[in-house]
Design a protein around this ligand. Structure first.
Ligand code: MCN
Length: 791
């Protein structure tokens, strides 16, 4: 089997392999209610845990009083003093790490900070105990906003720090002064992207118990990366990894907030060890909204220098991110601002780029990764700026967009931030999205008043999605772990079925099917005969988990490589059993064929495991192979897309209705186009949440103002339009089959496309919105402000 590119993929198992739109193997489990999530697990003698969380944003803890009746059921930092605090250190110069303890004992740093664990036979009883505890605080002024945090005399979130800044980094490519002098126009923009939560269907959760027979601590966690959790948890508990098993059972969505080592994991594991008792904590929705790692909250100050045609000659950007009270492990508090500044130029050929990225500490829930990390903000910034440039030169934004894009003949292209865009045709993608919504028809429609008085708007947004980053990229970011590889073990059973053991963690992406498709491609085995096992540190090889749109490329690459080794062995054994030269046999339909004669994988499995005397001389028994996929020195495989949105704004209420939404995207070779489409649509739904609905504002006391689904809006069936998805397929030259990752892409562009469309609609009124979510209130305020500004 060759390691060739996409042109050779049809040589596999045809309808079952790479490129087939198969229904998911795992659907039977998930749709029939056979999934097993944390809340389904039962361990004899297990107690339920509820965290006593801080009700104040910033305050020294004077005392916590536990009522007599609850004595022995409430535990504090001193009870698990053997644990080490979580310290996410970045190697970046000047980075200030924070000590994130399992339970805090000196002061609370955000509403939701962990103070104690209350345990009882049921959750309701444990909640009653938590409510009966009385905490006496010396309240401190809350640092509830970036501006408050950056005042020189602001109180410090972390007392020993000289200011409230985790890190400030700079990028300087090209001569900005020269560009300033040459530019015909200068366009500035100030933007804000709101803070929100991940809102997976299943919240976070942890169950810990001691397996006396194996003499090991077993920790179930609803996590995206069980192996990595084992490493940091063992270190934090002060035990050997060989005495710790971490299992991610079925995980009901992750989207990033389950991709951190959270203090809840450490606290529950530590207390279970200390009490020698099974313990479980399940996050409720209120906890999730106020205290899970949050998403976004960016501010941008941007300046574009352009010529009179709208060609952008240089870009200046300031990205300031409210990173909350602690630096999350392993990503650190620098991730959002750093990634946003690092990918800001997006699909555009902007040679001169200067940026300043600042991550600020405040008394809010720590900021963590969320689908589209950093890139959603970067796309929002550059794409609304491109529209502003188009307005300044009085051109159609779609034309200015295409004018500035990296042309296909420039690929591979090195961006101003040293990212290597591997392949693609960005202008063609933008044109297809534009044409699919029928831009000229929209412009005609806009020239006439709508019967209902609403205003029609059209907006586009394009981006590049860095996926499947390799070692060099993570090293450059200075993270505590370098996520640059992925392993797979492929093992046949004696009856000819295949089990893949992988280090990624499928939590809705369809990986149990798409990895089977890769195996099918290499071996000619039916997808239904392939089982994918993952999520258990004692079962599968050490892998990095599922995030950063990496699993299809990395784990798919590893599965492919392991299956190639197996295919060679099966070919040798099959040819021997058929008494044929091995060059003359082929694998298909779970058999080795020599002309019309065949021998099944089951017969080969029998020979390999039960009848070694039937094997060729010198052939080792057993039928398994392992491989590790490690991308080369590239900065990843770059998917890309253009989103185009048509919407209607009610100028009387500020209400926005999305009427049409088109995504034209390219993620290289698609393993399963149907799953890819589902991923795009799911991402768009989340992106519309960022754009229009989801927000956790904080008041001046540092109190989160959205803590239930009554005051936190998520888009539902009535808010998400019928998203139309157009596919392009430009293989990556760097990856097996030419696959690029795409799991985050859908969520990246909607804030930019929607805000551009709203501003297009509001153009006749001279109004502009520059903040997400664009709630009716914000849209209305923009309209009123424009009215008041008119002479
Ligand atoms: N795929 C494909 N062909 C490609 C690329 C992808 O067929 N060329 C399909 C595969 O089935 C793959 C899926 O699309 O499983 C996503 O692939 P990939 O881009 O490799 O992303 P990961 O599998 O690493 O998933 C992570 C990504 C991220 S970072 C977030 S956040 C996210 C997302 O996936 N969280 C999700 N999609 C999610 N979908 C669900 N249902 N739940 C989440 O929590």
């Amino acid at each position: 089997m060759s390691q060739g590119a996409a042109s050779q993929i049809s040589s596999g198992s045809g309808k079952q392999g790479v490129g087939a739109s198969l229904r998911r193997n795992e659907d039977a489990r998930f749709l029939d209610g056979k999934g097993e999530y944390l809340a389904d697990l039962q361990v004899p003698g297990m107690a339920e845990a509820v965290f006593l969380r801080s009700p104040v944003a910033h305050g020294k803890i004077r005392s916590i009083t536990v009522p007599e009746a609850a004595r022995g059921q409430v535990f504090f930092a001193s009870d698990i003093a053997f644990t080490k605090p979580i310290v996410a250190v970045s190697a970046a110069k000047g980075f200030k790490p924070s000590n994130y303890p399992a339970l805090t004992s000196d002061k609370a740093r955000f509403v939701g900070d962990l103070l104690a664990i209350c345990i009882a036979p049921t959750r309701a009883e444990a909640e009653d105990i938590a409510q009966s505890c009385v905490v006496d605080f010396e309240e401190l002024p809350a640092i509830w906003d970036i501006d408050v945090a950056l005042k020189p005399d602001a109180p410090r979130v972390h007392d020993s720090w000289s200011d409230n800044v985790y890190i400030e980094t700079r990028i300087a490519t090209g001569d900005l002064d020269e560009v300033r002098a040459r530019a015909d126009i200068t366009v500035r923009k100030s933007l804000r992207m709101g803070r929100h939560a991940g809102v997976s269907m299943e919240g976070r959760g942890v169950l810990a118990h001691y397996d006396r027979r194996l003499d090991e601590l077993v920790v179930y966690s609803s996590t995206q990366f069980p192996h990595v959790i084992r490493t940091i948890l063992a270190e934090s508990l002060g035990i050997s990894e060989s005495k710790l098993r971490v299992v991610a059972p079925d995980v009901g969505g992750g989207f990033g907030p389950k991709n951190n080592f959270n203090p809840e994991e450490l606290a529950i594991a530590a207390l279970s060890m200390k009490l020698n008792r099974p313990l479980r904590w399940i996050e409720d929705r209120r906890e999730h909204l106020i205290a899970s790692p949050h998403a976004r909250e960016h501010r941008y100050e941007l300046t574009a220098y352009a010529d009179k045609d709208g060609r952008i000659l240089g870009l200046e950007a300031e990205v300031v991110v409210d990173a909350g009270a602690y630096s999350v492990w392993p990503w650190t508090a620098s991730m959002e601002a750093g990634m946003s500044a690092g990918i800001m130029t997006g699909p555009y050929d902007i040679p001169v780029y200067h940026a300043r990225a600042v991550s600020v500490a405040t008394n809010k829930s720590p900021l963590g990764p969320y689908r589209g990390v950093g890139r959603s903000g970067a796309c929002f910034a550059i794409e609304t700026l491109v529209d502003a440039v188009a307005r300044a030169v009085d051109r159609e934004p779609a034309d200015v967009r295409i004018l500035n894009m990296v042309p296909p003949e420039a690929m591979p292209y090195k961006s101003a931030t040293h990212k290597l865009y591997d392949s693609g045709n960005y202008p063609e993608c933008a044109k297809r999205a534009r044409d699919a919504v029928g831009l000229s028809g929209i412009r005609i429609r806009q020239s006439r008043p709508e019967p209902d008085g609403r205003l029609i708007g059209f907006g586009m947004a394009s981006y590049t999605e860095q996926s499947a980053h390799g070692t060099a990229e993570w090293v450059a970011r200075g993270l505590p772990v370098v996520f640059g590889y992925e392993p797979a073990l492929a093992r046949f059973t004696p009856d000819g079925k295949l089990i893949l053991f992988v280090g990624i963690q499928n939590h809705g992406q369809g990986l149990e099917t798409t990895l089977a498709q890769v195996a099918s491609q290499e071996l000619g085995i039916a997808v239904k005969d392939v089982i994918v096992r993952h999520g258990d540190s004692s079962l599968s090889p050490y892998g990095m988990g599922t995030f950063a749109s990496r699993s299809m490329t990395m784990s798919g690459g590893a599965v492919s490589a392991a299956c190639v080794i197996l295919a060679e062995k099966i070919t040798r054994i099959g040819a021997h059993l058929l008494q044929a030269p091995k060059e003359s046999v082929r694998l298909a339909d779970g058999k080795v064929y020599f002309g019309e004669q065949s021998v099944s994988f089951a017969e080969i499995g029998q020979a390999a495991y039960l009848h070694p005397e039937r094997l060729p001389v010198g052939e080792e028994p057993a039928l398994e192979a392992s491989a590790v996929y490690q991308p080369g020195r590239s900065t990843g495989a770059f998917s890309y897309a253009t989103h185009a949105c048509v919407l209607a704004v009610d100028p009387g209420t500020g209400h926005v209705e999305v009427l049409d939404y088109v995504v034209c995207h390219d993620c290289g070779t698609m393993v399963n186009p149907m799953i890819v489409e589902g991923q795009v649509v799911g991402g768009v739904a989340q992106g519309l949440g960022t754009a229009l609905y989801e927000e956790i504002p904080y008041d001046e006391n540092g109190q989160p103002l959205a803590s239930t689904f009554l005051d936190y809006m998520i888009p539902g069936a009535t808010e998400v339009p019928d998203v139309r998805v157009l596919h392009m397929e430009t293989p990556s030259p760097h990856t097996r089959f030419g696959i690029k990752g795409m799991g985050e892409g859908g969520a990246i562009a909607p804030p930019a496309a929607v805000i551009n469309a709203i501003n297009d609609a509001l153009k006749p009124l001279g109004a502009e919105v520059s903040q997400t979510p664009a709630t009716p209130d914000r849209v209305l305020r923009a309209i009123i402000a424009a009215k008041e500004a008119r002479p």
